[in-house]
Design a protein around this ligand. Structure first.
Ligand code: SF4
Length: 255
């Protein structure tokens, strides 16, 4: 690799394992980028200082946190933008603009003016972006889609797949290093959330759950028709409403 090496860090299991594997192989990245949508889960924000301390301990560069570079409206987060526009994250409609605008664009914008990337471009060398796709079947398929979609002036590489690390191995490596396992990294309102994750959000962070429902209600009031809600074919409200019909385990009937 002649150009600089950049880790696209997502603060989840795979990209954390990627950092650990690089350290084991003696490869020090030049930059570690984390794109913050403003809507990461509290556990993800809590993980950032933990990984930052580990990075400092092993002599890796600190995390560089980037955010949407063109919030025309002053929106501080994807959810702010959805509430203002009366819409839902694009993934709810089967599209990917939410991650393109809030995850990829801030990294592209940063790399555009990052001196090391500018020097590499001038010398005709690409920036290598290391992506934490693991060696499981789902991520292997994503890797083929991502291969031809590198950011301008960059090439994508997938070390976990090259090392043969699947998700279980990634978890093993994180634990072996003495780091806690990060939670699944995604916006708290991500339309890809499973019903059990929606219920967990309601139980652990009711304010964020309430904000997700407000996003659905706002979109509905502004004419949401094609989809039922954040779950595309179902609304998050319906998931937790069903839940409230179930008897609460251990609760006395006489209470
Ligand atoms: S985590 Fe989900 S909602 Fe957030 S940007 Fe990615 S796809 Fe969109």
């Amino acid at each position: 690799m002649t150009g600089p090496v950049v880790v696209a860090y997502g603060a989840g299991v795979d990209s954390t394992a990627l950092l650990i594997g690089l350290h084991q192989d003696g490869i020090k990245p030049d930059l570690i980028l984390f794109a913050d949508t403003g809507d990461e889960k509290p556990a993800t924000y809590a993980y950032l200082p933990i990984i930052a301390a580990w990075l400092a301990r092993v002599g890796f560069p600190p995390l560089t946190v980037v955010k949407n570079p063109r919030p025309k409206s002053g929106d501080q987060s994807l959810s702010d933008s959805c509430l203002r526009l009366g819409t839902l994250p694009a993934l709810a409609y089967g599209k990917h603009q939410c991650s393109l605008v809030w995850k990829i664009a801030p990294q592209v914008a940063f790399l555009k003016t990052w001196p090391r990337a500018m020097e590499a471009r001038a010398a005709g060398h690409p920036v290598t972006i290391l992506i934490g796709y693991d060696n499981g079947p789902r991520d292997t398929a994503r890797r083929y889609r991502a291969e031809g979609k590198a950011m301008p002036g960059c090439v994508n590489a997938f070390p976990l797949i090259a090392w043969g690390w699947d998700r279980a191995e990634c978890k093993r490596q994180i634990t072996r290093t003495g780091l806690p396992l990060p939670v699944k990294s995604a916006c708290f309102h991500c339309p890809a959330s499973k019903p059990e994750e929606i219920r967990a959000l309601q139980a652990t962070t009711p304010a964020l759950y309430a904000k997700a429902l407000l996003m659905e209600r706002t979109a509905r009031a502004r004419g949401l028709r094609r989809i039922a809600g954040l779950g595309r074919r179902f609304s998050w409200e319906s998931v937790t409403a069903q839940m409230s019909l179930l008897p609460v385990t251990g609760e006395s009937e006489a209470a």
